[in-house]
Design a protein around this ligand. Sequence first.
Ligand SMILES: C[S@@+](CC[C@H](N)C(=O)[O-])C[C@H]1O[C@@H](n2cnc3c(N)ncnc32)[C@H](O)[C@@H]1O
Length: 250
Amino acid sequence: MNQQSTVSVETIRQAVVEAGSSLYRDGIRPVADFPAKPDGLFLQQKSGEYSEFVHFMASMGRTFKLGLDIGVASGGQTKFLRDWCPIERTIVADLGVQHEFPHWSRIKKTVRSKIELELIGDSHSRRTYDALQPYKGQIDFSFIDGDHSYGGVMRDIMLAHELFEPDAIMVLHDTIVVPDVARAYEEIKAHPDFEVLWHSKGEFGITVFRVLRPARPVPYWRHWLAYGVGPKTLWKTLKKPFKRKKKKSA
Ligand SMILES: C[S@@+](CC[C@H](N)C(=O)[O-])C[C@H]1O[C@@H](n2cnc3c(N)ncnc32)[C@H](O)[C@@H]1O
């Protein structure tokens, strides 16, 4: 066990509150049960659930070599976790369009991990897929909190599944509160390559999986059919970017 594991959940919870919550797009209401701070981390987390998760990770006593965070927003979560659970090198992937994303340029300087790669763009793109191929078999930690549609989260899981080393840890966020992610969670829970190690009792839903076996790599186009994603879900996912463009020009 490492030193951090002796720290109580309450100590971590106080540090979460100290770090500061995120704000909704209105810039006034905090996302979670603690206030935002001007120079804070803008965490999109509930204080109780998240501190229990960080405590669980710290208690594992592992030093991870290479983490992949998909969907970082401000990057506050990427920073906070690494303060308590050592992850030597980090790759982040994010669209870079969320209102909290501008904080990343400040926060990334404080992350206790070498930022190996910043992939700003769609995590489902060919560009992201290609950029990650050299890391195949090296990723031993991944926090997935990007696209929250069923097809989107399944594709992110598939992307990471092919890059993992055996015994890696994969975390899914919003496994309770977002129905599409809850559906993905149920399917991954039943998948023979994953084992649930920890699942939060409520709030947003954070689930920690152990990766028993990395996936056999498949060509990029097969990711469009991630696991059981059927034609209906695929069509919804494909339509999304067009919808987004339409809104912008209105
Ligand atoms: C809920 S926020 C992440 C919050 C962060 N993990 C935290 O705990 O503070 C979701 C993030 O995922 C990003 N995202 C959504 N779809 C994405 C995609 N297809 N590729 C990359 N990033 C995506 C958004 O831009 C946003 O920054």
